[in-house]
Design a protein around this ligand. Sequence first.
Ligand code: AMP
Ligand code: ZN
Length: 113
Amino acid sequence: MDCLFCKIIAGEVPSSKVYEDDMVYAFRDIAPTAPEHVVIVPKTHIASANEITADNVKYVTAIWKAIPGIAKILGVSENGYRVVNNCGADGGQTVNHLHFHLMGGREFGWPAG
Ligand code: AMP
Ligand code: ZN
């Protein structure tokens, strides 16, 4: 399958790994929009949030279970951070493998633009 994030998980495309467990892989975003910006992906191909099912939601649970530890690694736990999922064209999704952006190291506005 021609999926960039599957290739990153497989080690076929290089990445700057921040965290890994049996279900989750997290790496630094190549075009960061914050001082700390990590992309967190399930180690199975789920195309987008639209494809989350009762069978694969355990990967989403594993991602959220990992998030506090990843925030600690990045040093943003205390000041806080933002987690974002972009889904589909209107959501701004550019890579069709489910992923969550964890961003910190600066303040973010709300509502998001
Ligand atoms: P999204 O727009 O939500 O689909 O996010 C995709 C993210 O992947 C963007 O923030 C990109 O900068 C990032 N990205 C694309 N290619 C790579 C890569 N090879 N390594 C790390 N991050 C990447
Ligand atoms: Zn994939």
